[in-house]
Design a protein around this ligand. Structure first.
Ligand SMILES: [Fe+2]
Length: 160
C-alpha cells in the first residue's frame, strides 16, 4: 500500500527507497534482539560491564529501528515490524545460543553488527542512486553510529 503524499518524490522513488529501508528494518529488529540475547546471557569476570555495554548497544539499535520504520511511514508505505517478517527477511546470521563467555558474545554481536553496517553502507549509495538523498542521509547516520558501536565491541577484542 502506498499513501499519497505532498513529498516531492515520485511513487516509484518512494517505493524503491522503502524496499531498501524495509530490508534494513528487518535486520535491525533482528540485531536489536541479538543485543538483548547478549545482555541477558553473558557470563564471566567482566559480566557487569558487558551486561551494561550490550544493553547500551541495544538502545542504539532500537533508535535505528525507529528511524528506519518512521522513514518508511513518512514515505507513505507500511513499516513491517512483525516478528514473522523479521524472521524470514533478516540477512543476519542466527545468534549462537551456546555463547556463554564475554568473548563469545562480543564476537557474535560484533559479527552481526559488522554485517548490518556493511548492508547499511551499501544502502547509502543505493538510496543516492535512486534519487532519495534523505534516505541516503539516514543510512549515513545509522552507518556512522553502527561503526561507533562496533568500535565499543571490538575494543574488547583487540587487546589480545
Ligand atoms: Fe536488562
Amino acid at each position: 500500500m502506498t499513501y499519497t503524499s505532498r513529498i516531492d518524490l515520485s511513487d516509484h522513488v518512494r517505493k524503491q527507497a522503502c524496499a531498501l529501508l524495509q530490508a534494513r528494518l528487518s535486520d535491525a529488529l533482528d540485531l536489536e534482539a541479538q543485543a538483548k540475547q547478549a545482555h541477558w546471557n553473558v557470563k564471566g569476570p567482566h559480566f557487569l560491564q558487558l551486561h551494561q555495554l550490550f544493553d547500551s548497544v541495544h538502545d542504539e539499535i532500537e533508535q535505528f529501528v525507529d528511524l528506519l520504520a518512521e522513514r518508511i511511514t513518512t514515505l507513505g508505505h507500511v513499516a513491517d515490524g512483525r516478528i514473522t517478517t523479521t524472521a524470514s527477511a533478516t540477512t543476519l546470521y542466527g545468534y549462537p545460543l551456546e555463547a556463554t563467555g564475554g568473548e563469545a558474545h562480543l564476537k557474535a554481536l560484533a559479527g552481526s553488527l559488522g554485517a548490518f553496517g556493511k548492508a547499511v553502507r551499501v544502502g547509502i549509495d543505493q538510496a543516492g542512486t535512486i534519487g532519495d538523498a534523505d534516505t541516503a542521509d539516514l543510512f549515513t547516520q545509522i552507518s556512522r553510529e553502527t561503526d561507533k558501536q562496533l568500535w565499543f565491541l571490538e575494543a574488547h577484542l583487540q587487546a589480545h
